[in-house]
Design a protein around this ligand. Structure first.
Ligand code: FAD
Ligand code: NAI
Length: 476
């Protein structure tokens, strides 16, 4: 049988891959997308880490657990009495699975709508021939496709602690952390990065006693110091125990759980017992089964596919995007790279502005930022002005009953161009978009300060922080 010929073959159907495939198809290319993720019945589940065991299920559980905490701890403040509050964890996890499935199905629908040919299985390079690259698909059926262009979007895997592999029963990655069948009494999380804080928050809200052990002496080192400090205060108040500057030692079975030995920041030897442990110490690029050697695709020492600024690999017409290449491991970064590559293949000028990629940590309070932090500006020797505005002074935040945190603007001392915006507080994930748009248009803080913002809204805190750069807040 003749091999199926495509203009573009995308390997991987996560946010980088499926979006690249849709954009390529929109641009008129005959496009295939190969993804190997299986749902519980062995069927296709496109969407990658993000949809299946990342962004989407974690946000579903963050939402459910926040409702539970609010009902138990905060409804009373609104004059709402709750009695007989109970937790049906199986139902909560079931809802999360439904949300995931809706997203999987949505992607399959989008493939159909955009005429992307979807192949369920593992894609691996076979060779580079005259017609293009031969890619073998190994799944329920085996076939070989040939593509003029190949976009690799094979994502990343969780990093394990040396000597302590994931068993997804006691030692959990993000996968197991999203499907624990009963709330553990005691939990230890290794790493107080994004997953540590989000998953730690979920299980603490549901009743677990959570301790997060972090190797670095500073909390959230990539976040603006003032914002990180404010967030830490809020987490301490919630009872999320975070120990900084620790060195994790031996981890061994104890009773039905685990014991975790560690050296604390002062050099003291400590031991914690827990029912389950989540290891969230970063992720590693994934090229398992891709067979890059067959065509000489170059990987870095870290195992990432080497690409230039435009996502070109060392091979002609082979591109790579998302978690499998350099840069932040974020779904929206992967998507933007996917779109830009499809457009470059079409001879257009696809572009990703790395300076305006927003970050969000979906804890309560949420933490969101774009651009440079105050410590980075100092290190870069940039003269800047700062302005902050607390949610405590925002009417909408008071009405919501959620006044933790602030908005912080950093602007160039001479030109007033916005260099960074940092938010800790309610709906920071949504508020940050205004700052991203402003920075894309190279706006000044004065521009934001002079724009009419709806009242009462949390976005007024953004306007006021912009006013604060020029020391003229109106409500504080
Ligand atoms: P992936 O999503 O990992 O997709 C890669 C796909 O390729 C997978 O389906 C995989 O099965 C498939 N694949 C791999 N090799 C092959 C092969 N050889 N053949 C066929 N298929 C293959 N980011 C955010 O921006 N916001 C968030 O809120 C957020 N929350 C997260 C929460 C958690 C718990 C985790 C773990 C991550 C989170 N992320 C979040 C990060 C986000 O999930 C990743 O940045 C994003 O999924 C990367 O997209 P990708 O397309 O590069 O790779
Ligand atoms: P991370 O890089 O965010 O944090 C890892 C943390 O573990 C760091 O603070 C690091 O210092 C610490 N660490 C490393 N080794 C350690 C050790 N041996 N002992 C103790 N601490 C150790 O990685 P995380 O949380 O695993 O998440 C992976 C990536 O997934 C994130 O970087 C992010 O790109 C993405 N993600 C994004 C989310 C979002 O956008 N809201 C949510 C979750 C994940």
């Amino acid at each position: 049988m003749a091999n199926k010929q495509f203009d573009v073959i995308v390997i991987g159907g996560g946010p980088g891959g499926y979006i690249a495939a849709i954009r390529a198809a929109q641009l008129g290319f005959n496009t295939a997308c190969i993804d190997e993720w299986k749902n519980n019945s062995g069927g296709p589940a496109p969407g990658g880490t993000c949809t299946n065991v990342g962004c989407i299920p974690s946000k579903a559980l963050l939402q459910s657990s926040e409702h539970f905490e609010h009902a138990g701890k905060h409804f009373g403040e609104h004059g709402i009495g709750v009695s007989g509050l109970s937790l049906d964890l199986a139902k909560m996890l079931g809802r999360k699975d439904t949300v995931v499935k809706q997203n999987n199905d949505g992607i399959l629908y989008l493939f159909k709508k955009n005429k992307v040919s979807f192949f369920h299985g593992r894609g691996s390079f076979v060779n580079a021939g005259e017609q293009g690259y031969e890619i073998k698909v190994s799944g329920s059926a085996e076939e070989t496709l040939v593509g003029k262009h190949v976009i690799v979007a094979t994502g990343s895997n969780p990093r394990a602690l040396p000597g302590t592999p994931f068993d997804e029963e006691l030692v959990l990655s993000n996968d197991g952390a999203l499907r624990i069948p009963s709330v553990p009494k005691k939990m230890v999380l290794i790493g107080s990065g994004v997953i540590g804080l989000e998953m730690g928050s979920v299980w603490r809200r549901l009743g677990a006693e959570v301790t997060v052990l972090e190797a670095l002496p500073t909390f959230l080192g990539a976040v603006d110091e003032q914002i990180a400090k404010e967030a830490k205060k809020a987490f301490d108040k919630q009872g999320l125990k975070i120990e900084l500057g620790v060195k994790v030692g031996e981890i061994k079975p104890e009773g039905k759980g685990l014991s975790v030995a560690y050296t604390d920041a002062k050099g003291g030897e400590q031991k914690l017992q827990c029912d389950r442990m989540i290891v969230s110490i970063g992720r590693v690029p994934n090229t398992n089964g891709l067979n890059p050697e067959a065509v000489g695709l170059k990987l870095s020492d870290r195992g990432a596919i080497e690409v230039d600024e435009e996502c070109r690999t060392n091979l002609p017409n082979v591109w790579a995007v998302g978690d499998v290449v350099r840069g932040p491991m974020l779904a929206h970064k992967a998507e933007e790279e996917g779109v830009a590559v499809a457009e470059r293949i079409a001879g257009q000028h696809g572009h990703v502005n790395f300076n305006t990629i927003p970050w969000v940590i979906y804890t309560s309070p949420e933490i969101a930022w774009v651009g440079r932090t105050e410590q980075q500006l100092k290190a870069d020797g940039v003269q800047y002005k700062a302005g902050t505005f607390p949610f405590m002074a925002n009417g909408r935040a008071r009405a919501l009953g959620d006044t933790t945190g602030m908005v912080k603007f950093l602007a160039d001392a001479k030109t007033d161009e916005i260099l960074g915006v940092h938010i800790v507080g309610p709906m920071a994930s949504e508020l940050i978009s205004e700052a991203v748009v402003a920075m894309e248009f190279r706006a000044s803080s004065e521009d934001i300060a002079r724009i009419c913002h709806a009242h009462p809204s949390l976005s007024e805190a953004t306007k006021e922080a912009a006013l604060a750069v020029d020391k003229r807040t109106l409500n504080f």
